[in-house]
Ligand binder design. Sequence first.
Ligand code: AMP
Ligand code: MG
Length: 334
Amino acid sequence: MKKSAVIAVVSAAVVLAAFLVYDGVFAHESEIGFFAMDTYTSVKVWGKNSEAVCENIKNAVSVLDTEVLSRTAEGSLIYEINRNGHGELNEKTEKYFSAVLDVCRKSGGAFDITLGAVSDLWGFGNDPKVPSGEELKQTLSNSGYEKIGLTSGQISLNASGAVIDMGAVGKGIALDEAKIYLENSKAKKAVVSVGGSVLLFGGGEFTVGIRNPNGDSASCVANLHVGEGCVSTSGVYERNFEENGKIYHHILDPETGYPVDNGLVGVTIVSESGLLSDALSTACFVLGKEKGALLASEYSAVAIFIYENKTVCVASEYADMLELTDEGYTVEEF
Ligand code: AMP
Ligand code: MG
């Protein structure tokens, strides 16, 4: 080999080694926690510039909340639609609404983003009370996702009294926004958790604990072994209250306006999309196991159903993903 060629090879090796050292020195992990979407959110990122990536995700989720999805932040898109009966959409929000309405339709209305006024009657989280049957009937008659019109760049809500509430899907949309930042960053791996929805970003396997819906927030019934993707859980333990010995929770049956009472206490969904994992966890909870599992498979999502009687149901093809950690529960494959 000529002397000049040797010098070139050695130089390349030195540059590569320097790059690896640089990468090693500056690759680190950062974590941030904050309140958004009416819940606690945490972001953990591994890789170069992880601190900046955490900050960017925090900003993106907060902006999504206050400028788009919040029902109470004056000036947000949803606030304006609920107030004026219409709103302007950009490419991204149009895509979100189109996907959400698809779940409303495919679930046969079990998933319905126009139940805001019905939720308000129950006052979950603020001043909870059991509404009268008459109030529920009246308020439900104004609701229904069919009253939402979607045309290019425009959304309309064609019913006075209907209130759009993205509470069942917003946390998942936040994960999709976070994923966009991560894909455009040098992050190697990240875990973003928004309430009961988690984004797992980067290669390899992740283990996610499924909370015990019958127990406290620290106890789990099972571990879920998954690759990159999103995991969302809907459970009766969120936003509930007790009156005369009966627990009333926040997932409502759009047919009756009452909390769903079908023996389920939790539903967990795994999907590539945050929006779908979140929407489907609520939709499958309302639909129950048979119809819910069919809906999940239409979206190539994994669904796990947990019953009050401590049975954990999962489709046989996905049973390997599930590792029971609470001996009081049993797994049933379908
Ligand atoms: P999640 O925790 O994702 O299951 O979302 C539950 C939240 O979605 C509730 O707190 C309500 O704001 C809203 N919600 C309740 N019932 C429904 C339903 N049948 N379809 C869509 N959203 C609902
Ligand atoms: Mg949901």
